[in-house]
Design a protein around this ligand. Structure first.
Ligand code: HEM
Length: 452
């Protein structure tokens, strides 16, 4: 009787709702304009229909705080994602179960583990630049960064060595299948012969079989005393007694979460440094100072990374301007009230990173690339800069992403100069992940350090 009204807005046409119009805007990199118009019409708490579900979109820091920390809100896994990745990932779990499986991943992602990963990341980055940048005149940055982050993840987190042709084959099989299955997450889940979704499902089945093969090998090694639970995340999950089907789902999730996001960060950092010479000079200066104290083949150390303060500030500013994850999707697990409105149980909830990250009241001149904003973040209001999400499901890989980004930037800026190739305008689509036109083609030239 005393129920508050539903949020203002419109569900649009049956089934279609606002899905096509919002997706079209997102793909054309006009999602912010679309949402800006929507919020201007209906206010910061509003309803619409997205992928056939009643949905509330919340704008601003209070909305972010509510979505990330309310006990009556849980992650929503879209049907296409569940079909590609599986239904027993940590995105589908809550409470103790979520904490338990998440802890198995965090064991390999928290700062003390990342400290141990630095040398492995360093070797993989050098190897990549040696293979894909040295001797080249032009590089497509995004594909190169995707390869790099995929390989770093395989080597460092999953210990897929490069010591045998079998493990090289497993890596390349996983890389091929994952390229395809990731596409299936954002298409309409229509499983009919010859649809792109059905091809993605087939890739998912093959990718899952490859992961099952890795589990099989790791179990034998564990049982015969050739390995220990501390060696890698798969062996750890086996030792913790997680059922194989759940290991597969969570490994697939981890592989997806771990590589494209960091590749997008690296790509757009390179693009912004090209366009902002003052920031570029400061990054080069910081990295040259570190390189000067090292022997040519000496890997970077954890202490070196802690000196890369300006470079990390530039990376954070890149995440503010071009968040790899455009928005976070949740669902209500009970009837809730927010901002004077009633949001029923089972509705989807969406927040979008850019409503606060591009708000001039929080980040003056929000369109400008100003890394200095992140040199001291003590005055930054909470729940305004949220590229890694928030609450119990906040990204556990942020420290790993920091290590990867700083090591890669170190070797890129100390070994190469770059500028956009002629004909590449630096434009990009914003969804499902920010992806630059032509993969961001840059012309490169070697600087002075040229060892591998
Ligand atoms: C710049 C790089 C990255 C960005 C921007 C990013 C962003 C995000 C975001 C927005 C979420 C959802 C958080 C939420 O629901 O509140 C997430 C979740 C997640 N990320 Fe990342 N991520 C990055 C890198 C990584 C890396 C390197 C890994 C692993 C090595 C990783 C593993 C995960 C996992 C496992 C989850 C699910 C956590 C859960 O549901 O408990 N991410 N990430």
């Amino acid at each position: 009787k005393n129920m508050k009204p539903l949020p203002p807005g419109s569900f649009g046409l049956p089934l279609v709702g606002q899905t096509l119009s919002l997706l079209r805007a997102l793909r054309a990199n006009a999602g912010d304009d679309w949402l800006g118009r929507w919020f201007a019409t209906y206010g910061p708490v509003t309803r619409l229909s997205y992928f056939g579900c009643p949905t509330a979109i919340l704008a601003g820091a209070p909305g972010n705080k509510f979505i990330f920390s309310s006990a009556s809100v849980a992650p929503k896994v879209p049907a296409s994602m569940a079909m590609m990745v599986g239904r027993r990932t940590i995105r589908d779990m809550a409470g103790d179960e979520h904490r338990r499986v998440r802890a198995m991943m965090v064991q390999f992602l928290r700062p003390d583990a990342c400290k141990r990963h630095v040398a492995g990341v360093d070797a993989e980055v050098r190897r990549h630049l040696g293979d894909q940048w040295h001797g080249k005149a032009t590089v497509a940055v995004m594909p190169a960064m995707k390869d790099l982050t995929f390989d770093v993840m395989c080597t460092v987190l999953f210990r897929l060595g490069r010591d045998s042709s079998k493990s090289e084959a497993t890596r390349s099989e996983l890389a091929t299948e994952f390229q395809q299955l990731v596409k299936g997450i954002t298409v309409i889940p229509l499983n009919l012969p010859f649809t792109s979704f059905s091809k993605c499902l087939a890739a998912s089945r093959r990718g899952r079989r490859a992961v099952a093969g890795i589990i099989h090998e790791r179990r034998i090694k564990l049982e015969t005393g050739q390995s220990s639970a501390a060696d890698d995340v798969v062996t750890h999950m086996i030792a913790e007694g997680l059922p194989d089907a759940e290991i597969i789902d969570n490994v697939v999730l981890l592989m997806i979460a771990a590589h494209d996001t960091t590749a997008a960060l690296l790509t757009f950092l390179i693009r912004h440094l090209d366009a902002n010479r003052e920031a570029y000079d400061k990054v080069v200066h910081e990295q040259e100072e570190i390189a000067r104290c090292k022997e040519p083949d000496e890997p970077l150390s954890w202490e070196d990374l802690s000196k890369m303060r300006y470079t990390w500030a530039a990376a954070l500013e890149t995440l503010r301007l071009v968040p790899p994850v455009f928005s976070v999707l949740r669902k209500t697990t009970a009837d809730i009230e927010f901002g004077g409105y009633h949001i029923p149980k089972g509705w989807q909830l969406i927040q979008t990173m850019s409503t606060t990250q591009m708000d001039a009241a929080i980040f003056p001149e929000p369109g400008r690339f100003v890394p200095e904003r992140f040199e001291d973040t003590s005055a930054m209001p909470p729940f305004c800069f949220i590229p890694f999400g928030g609450g119990p499901h906040v990204c556990p890989g942020n420290e790993f992403a920091r290590v990867e980004t700083l090591v890669a930037v170190h070797y890129i800026v100390t070994r190469f100069k770059w500028k956009l190739a002629s004909g590449c305008d630096g434009s990009y689509v914003g969804f499902p992940l920010p992806y630059p036109s032509q993969g961001l083609l840059v012309d490169i030239e070697p600087r002075h350090h040229q060892t591998n």
